[in-house]
Design a protein around this ligand. Structure first.
Ligand code: DNO
Length: 349
């Protein structure tokens, strides 16, 4: 496996020199942050990012994310032109050594949580999703700002987008994903890049907005649209794992065996019966996901993709970007090293 750590560029309070000190750290997962979705990534910016990372003894060979503009997801008349821009970004990334690009196909919002600093009894804090807090809220009628939502949209824009997504529904979104994949995957193949789609987080509809990459059925359908390792998954255990019906080790084995997991996000969650959940320490004992079984399933299939610890808690007084502090993600990385070493050695003995 290729151990990686997400870094938000110059704005990130964590120095690359610290990330380098995490044992076995290989790649820095980053992106170009000064462009909007749908714009071209300047080669100069990609080159600079690569140099910064390499100067610190690591590789820049994986991107998270090249965001997909709403026009593509909605299939507007701009979709074709913007997909061409997306293809050009794939080519440019490949030119500077990128081998894997993460993206998602979630309408309007990326991940959704209700609180970013929920205190646990041990004094740590983490991100949670409390479904009670959403009950009775209607973004079509009132102004709602949830953590993690893109603040660049005005409330009016959010309303228009929600209406448009409701009009196209799940099948419309599938159609637009299909058009997108049929155009981008051949380019990714030609340039030896694996596209890794991030599942919807959480994996169910919120406020009636369609969500399609939520479990096995959706993933099977997605992978069959273009049957190629360039059309792969960013297998996020915590996103898929919020739905109790998703068998995460089983899915890891199934998609690992098909060589369709390019990137693994190891994130732990604790579910509640009403659909709420909280993020917790990465260890199996800290939540509902058996990390050993997940890693073992992947190792058994010969997995050699990228892995990163996802969404750490805030611990030891750190005051960082929610989910993306140094300390707990570094503990998670050490845990990932241990799990992989044990599973890999266990296989050959
Ligand atoms: C959350 C992340 C996601 C992920 C994107 C990929 O912390 O896992 O924001 O980067 O969905 O496009």
């Amino acid at each position: 496996m290729k151990l990686a750590f997400r870094w938000y560029g110059e704005e990130d309070p964590i120095p690359l020199s610290y990330i380098r000190q995490i044992p076995n750290m290989r790649s820095v997962v980053s992106a170009i942050y000064d462009v909007k979705p749908g714009e071209i990534w300047q080669e100069e910016s990609i080159r600079k990012r690569k140099e910064q990372i390499e100067k610190n003894g690591m590789l820049f060979d994986i991107v998270e994310s090249v965001p997909v503009p709403e026009e593509i997801k909605l299939g507007t008349e701009q979709a074709d032109r913007l997909t061409d821009v997306y293809c050009e970004n794939i080519r440019r990334c490949a030119k500077y050594g990128i081998r894997c690009i993460t993206y998602n196909f979630m309408p309007i919002f990326d991940w959704t949580r209700t609180c970013l600093d929920h205190k646990a009894p041990d004094g740590s804090s983490s991100l949670i999703f409390d479904s009670n807090q959403l009950k009775g809220l209607d973004p079509l009628k009132e102004e709602i700002h949830l953590p993690g939502w893109d603040r660049s949209y005005t409330q009016e824009e959010v309303r228009t987008l929600i209406n448009e997504y409701e009009k196209i529904g799940e099948e419309g979104l599938w159609k637009n994903l299909e058009n997108f994949l049929k155009k981008i995957i051949p380019v990714a193949e030609e340039y030896h890049v694996r596209m890794a789609i991030h599942p919807d987080d959480p994996p169910y509809s919120i406020f009636g907005i369609p969500r399609i990459i939520t479990g096995e059925n959706g993933i099977d359908r997605l992978l069959s649209i273009v049957d190629s390792p360039a059309n792969s998954l960013c297998f996020c255990t915590g996103s898929l794992g919020c739905a109790a019906w998703n068998d995460i080790p089983g899915m890891a084995y199934k998609y690992g065996a098909k060589n369709r997991i390019a990137f693994l996000h190891l994130r732990q969650i604790k579910r509640k019966t009403d659909g709420s959940f909280e993020e917790s320490g990465h260890l199996s004992d800290c939540g509902d996901l058996d990390m050993y079984e997940i890693v073992k399933a992947l190792v058994d299939t010969g997995f050699d993709g990228y892995v990163r610890s996802d969404h750490g808690r805030m611990i030891w007084g750190e005051n960082g970007k929610p989910g993306y502090g140094l300390y707990d993600r570094a503990l998670g990385a050490a845990y990932i090293n241990g799990l992989f070493e044990a599973c890999e050695k266990g296989r050959t003995r």
